[in-house]
Design a protein around this ligand. Structure first.
Ligand code: G3H
Ligand code: 13P
Ligand code: NA
Ligand code: ZN
Length: 328
């Protein structure tokens, strides 16, 4: 059944687990995630980014998720719009049937320029007011996703008059978070702790100086009842990088967010964990393996079946590691 984000996150908080939120762009990703959810009896958050809407189109995305709800009737599913750039984008998603939206007011409408607190609070509060009137949940974001290694926010170069942004500018401030949640009444809050989107998050296995899990604790202490969201939370498994390289790919050395660090976050209020890149890597590994091992293969289903199998394994692992297994 289609459920609201709030229902799932409240349940996750009550039982102290976390939910992976997987990005979807096509049928194979939806099926792999749903098969993993069925195998582990986990509730599911499927989310579509602006990039997904551009790739598949709004109608396909919506109907793919509706198909998942129909084909897996025992699994609660949230249809979530990821990184909405404006109230208008969020309203469009709500109208088309999404049960949850993210209003990302940490950036201006261009999706690139960092926005100030007042703009962010105003657009987020507006979306919350409209969304709550029709039972839709809202995720807000406060802080600037980006690297503590380079001091660069991911959406801009991070260079002001004094050079790279310092740690405190890249991380979400607990006091400001409290103010933001009170002002907007958002259902979940995405925070910045040194992660960024994509495969190239860290040049080494992250330690506390570049991945600020302690900041999760500080924010949770200040707003213990707020559901926290970690973006950029792919773990970038080294085995998948190896597999891709073995079968002809060329991905340079890079590191993601270790599953143990996410588990630590979940102990301190993280309830939604956004994952896109790991599924991309898994599918690429599967497709490259088939292509490399069977050069005469030309049925796309053979490539995509292997892609789904690899993606399903990653999803099962995250449902289990975050404690969502058995909670559907
Ligand atoms: O928000 C980031 C997600 O990984 C979506 O990426 O814009 O390439 O679909 P995308
Ligand atoms: P990854 O690129 O780490 O998978 O993050 C995805 C994300 O945060 C989507 O909003
Ligand atoms: Na999101
Ligand atoms: Zn994100």
């Amino acid at each position: 059944a289609l459920v609201s984000m709030r229902q799932l996150l409240d349940h996750a908080a009550e039982l102290s687990y976390g939910l992976p939120a997987f990005n979807v762009n096509n049928m194979e990703q939806v099926k792999a995630i749903m098969d993993a959810a069925r195998a582990t009896r986990s509730p599911v958050i499927l989310q579509g980014s602006a990039g997904a809407r551009k790739y598949a189109g709004e109608a396909f995305l919506r109907h793919l998720i509706a198909a998942a709800v129909e084909a897996y009737p025992e699994i609660p599913v949230v249809m979530h719009q990821d990184h909405g750039a404006s109230p208008a984008v969020c309203m469009g998603a709500i109208k088309s049937g999404f049960s949850s939206v993210m209003m990302d007011g940490s950036l201006k409408e261009d999706g690139k320029t960092p926005a100030d607190y007042d703009y962010n609070a105003a657009v987020t509060a507006k979306v919350v007011e409209l969304a709550h009137a029709v039972g839709v949940s809202v995720e807000g974001e406060l802080g600037c996703l980006g690297s503590l290694e380079t001091g660069k926010g991911e959406a801009e170069d991070g260079h002001g008059a004094e050079g790279a942004l310092d740690h405190d500018k890249l991380l979400t401030d607990p006091e400001e978070a409290a103010q933001f949640v009170k002002a907007t009444q958002c259902d979940a809050l995405a925070i910045a702790i040194g992660t960024s989107h994509g495969a190239y998050k860290f040049t080494r296995k992250p330690t506390g100086d570049i991945l600020a899990i302690d900041r999760v604790k500080a924010i949770h202490q200040r707003i213990p009842t707020t559901h926290l969201v970690m973006h950029g939370s792919s773990s970038v498994p080294q085995e998948l990088l190896e597999e891709i390289r073995t079968y002809g790919g060329d991905i340079p050395e890079t590191y993601g967010v270790p599953v143990e660090e996410i588990q630590e976050g979940i102990r301190y209020g993280v309830r939604k964990v956004n994952i896109d890149t790991d599924i991309r890597l898994a599918m690429t590994a599967g497709m490259r393996r088939v292509g490399a091992k069977n050069k005469s293969e030309f049925d796309p289903r053979k490539f995509l079946a292997a892609a789904m199998e690899e993606a399903k394994k990653v999803c099962i692992n995250r449902f289990e590691a975050f404690g969502a297994a058995g909670k559907a």
